[in-house]
Design a binder for this molecule. Structure first.
Ligand SMILES: [Zn+2]
Length: 684
């Protein structure tokens, strides 16, 4: 096998997973392979094809690529051919004869060919050793790229029950995965999921304002490096390419409206580094395998996360750090909707709309992009900070100085930056305490608290209490431990902590206007918002506004009776902790509209009330909460044992419902899900 690899492909080593996959195929077992673009999928069927005696059939939707793929194999000394609509009847006939003479090892065909009766009959006369289905996600309506012709592949297993099938794709969510297995009726398939994380890609989302100037600045940062700019329309590609040329940056357009020759020529010039910028519609890139694209710009956001990930998959295939910048504006939604509206099939249309929505949520969210994308593909990303997205790197656009020749975004030096070394020390301490008590660390203190500690250096109980998330009970339980670390750090490093006066909520609203006063009184009487609004002849939103202001002003009003339920309160709070309290929309979207804006606003008010709310809602409750959870699920938050993991996998594989698994393993259903996620077994 290694000899074949070296001989035909020039590689010394297999990439992760390739060997396992190939061995599975050689044992004539079915496989489903999920691997990101550039992961080396094709080798997984090409090597077995060389080992097997008969013919390997490769089904691929990319007719434009077939010739290149076949040429490429031929130059590697492998007898490959393709049959598709670009060939004449006579050419096809000749290839068929070659196949019958067993002079061909690998045959590429498009899926529509398999619908032809005489072609099917032709296939049955051959000795077929392996069927490879590339871009397998095309078979699923749940994918972003559904192709009706792929449904023709259903019959393959009936026709060739003993021939192993390998289905491959670079983009498949859990739903699509299941659909592929079902549609192809694979027999006890082995599923190979390699991580979809592309560490070297920096994922950046920017506001689509002043976009051309921003593009210029980005290009200047990547001077002479291969760059692809994806546009929505042919017109955009032409226009931007022209403007870039006017500004002294050599660039070429690429879109389906150009003649074949021009397209081919432009592509060649790009591949050969004669022109470093190509401005294209998303059609560009399917047929190229250029490893050193350093910057991919999306002038308009993609219509789905799958699509986006596939497009940026063309950057940095060599593993070197590359940037992917997407320009986002809500207004661009209409462009996509126009096309989605043309879809006849209602189901397909709705799926497309759902995907568009998810893409927009991705752009608007304010938590790690990588985590977000990987979660979409059912993969759990364990790191807190990916070090490679605008959120984690804390990029902020410099909006005004666009004309400035300098960088258009820079890593902001946080005005209130925290001491990272102290932060790490506190994290270590937190982990230690959490381990001792078998708690998840965030129950001790959230990161926000630790950051504040490493920013404000509290030295005594009083100052410690001023830290976000510290209440009396936590002060009693953990104060000494944390203060000890902080104080010795202050001493070692001669730090002079500034006086901090963060708790502006302690300043009361001086003159409560009549309306505010009324709202306050009614809240104290625990009257529902609806009623308060009615009495005051104001909108409910205004009343919520009052409540927010009152709490910010330090009024001690208890609004817990207005909140959905303790459980929901905690759920929403934890989302705020993750995403931040600045904007409501991301939280709203995060829950897929499960909670109303009003509920979310109220929870935010509680959080903003700081100490007070921490005391009420968290401090008094977190032990109780934990005890309560443990009543039902005694193993909750305990470390996982190997036997448990094995049991978990077994239960999952025989399709035991999550809730049942939770009962058996005595852990919470969410814990079960996330554990499965770690094994790549279950998505959202
Ligand atoms: Zn990130």
């Amino acid at each position: 096998m290694d000899a074949l690899l070296k001989e035909h492909f020039g590689y010394d080593e297999f990439r992760p997973m390739q060997r396992d996959i190939i061995e599975n195929v050689l044992q004539k077992r079915d496989s489903l392979v999920l691997m990101p673009t550039g992961g080396g999928k094709s080798l997984c069927y090409q090597i077995p094809a060389l080992k097997f005696e008969g013919l390997t059939i490769v089904i691929s939707p990319l007719i434009s690529l077939m010739k290149d793929q076949v040429d490429n194999l031929k130059t590697n000394g492998i007898n490959a051919e393709y049959i598709n609509s670009t060939l004449s009847f006579r050419e096809i006939d000749e290839i068929k004869k070659k196949i019958q003479r067993k002079e061909v090892k690998i045959l590429y065909v498009a899926p529509e060919r398999l619908a032809l009766e005489d072609f099917k009959i032709f296939l049955t006369t051959l000795q077929i050793s392996l069927i490879a289905i590339d871009e397998a996600h095309c078979i699923s309506e749940w994918g972003h790229d559904f192709r009706k012709d792929y449904r023709n592949l259903k019959f393959l297993k009936n026709l060739f029950p003993n021939v192993p099938v390998i289905a491959l794709t670079a983009t498949a969510t859990l739903k699509v995965r299941e659909d592929i297995l079902k549609q192809l009726s694979l027999k006890e398939p082995k599923i190979f999921i390699s991580s979809f994380n592309r560490k070297n890609l920096n994922l950046i989302v920017m506001q689509k304002k002043n976009v051309f100037n921003k593009i210029l600045s980005l290009i200047k940062e990547h001077i002479n490096e291969p760059i692809i700019i994806y546009c929505f329309s042919r017109k955009d590609t032409e226009k931007i390419a022209q403007r870039l040329n006017e500004n002294g940056f050599k660039s070429l357009p690429y879109h389906a409206g150009l003649s074949n020759e021009i397209r081919k020529q432009n592509q060649e010039l790009f591949i050969k580094d004669k022109v470093n910028i190509i401005v294209a519609t998303i059609a560009f890139g399917m047929g190229i395998d250029k490893p050193d694209v350093r910057l991919i710009i999306h002038h308009t956001f993609s219509k789905s996360i799958e699509g986006y990930y596939q497009e940026i998959g063309r950057a940095g295939r060599d593993g070197i750090s590359s940037d992917c910048v997407l320009f986002y504006s809500k207004g661009d939604k209409r462009k996509h909707e126009f096309f989605i509206d043309q879809i006849q099939d209602e189901i397909v249309k709705n799926i497309a709309l759902g995907k568009l929505n998810k893409m927009m949520v991705y752009c608007e969210n304010t938590f790690c992009r990588r985590k977000n994308i990987l979660r979409y593909f059912g993969e759990f990303f364990p790191e807190q900070n990916c070090q490679g997205c605008d959120i984690c790197l804390n990029f902020r656009e410099i909006k005004k100085s666009i004309t400035d020749k300098s960088l258009i975004f820079e890593k902001i030096k946080e005005v209130k930056s925290y001491d990272k070394i102290l932060f790490e020390k506190l994290r270590t301490l937190r982990r230690k305490i959490a381990d001792e008590r078998n708690f998840p660390p965030f129950i001790i203190f959230g990161d926000i608290s630790l950051r504040e500690m490493s920013m404000y250096f509290p030295r005594n109980d009083k100052e410690f209490l001023d830290i976000n998330g510290v209440g009396q009970r936590k002060l009693n339980d953990f104060g000494n431990l944390f203060l000890e670390v902080i104080n010795s750090y202050i001493k070692e490093n001669n730090i002079i902590p500034e006086k901090f006066h963060r708790r502006n909520h302690k300043k009361r609203v001086r003159h409560l206007s009549k309306n505010y006063q009324k709202t306050k009184e009614m809240i104290l009487k625990k009257i529902q918002i609806e009623k308060i609004a009615e009495v005051q002849e104001l909108k409910e939103g205004t009343i919520i506004n009052h409540i927010e202001k009152l709490i910010e002003g330090g009024e001690k009003i208890d609004i817990n009776y207005l909140l959905p339920s303790r459980e929901n309160l905690e759920i929403i709070k934890s989302a705020f902790k993750k995403i931040g309290t600045e904007r409501l929309a991301p939280i709203y979207n995060y829950f897929d509209e499960r909670y109303s804006y009003e509920e979310i606003r109220l929870v935010r008010a509680i959080i903003k009330s700081g100490n007070y709310s921490e005391e009420i809602s968290e401090e008094n409750n977190y032990y109780k909460r934990l005890e309560k959870i443990k009543e039902n699920f005694p193993n909750a938050y305990e470390p996982w044992k190997t036997e448990e993991d094995n049991e978990l996998r077994k239960l999952y594989l025989v399709n035991t419902p999550i809730d049942e698994i939770a009962q058996i393993l005595k852990r919470q259903p969410n814990a079960i899900k996330s554990r499965l996620g770690k094994f790549g077994l279950v998505g959202d």
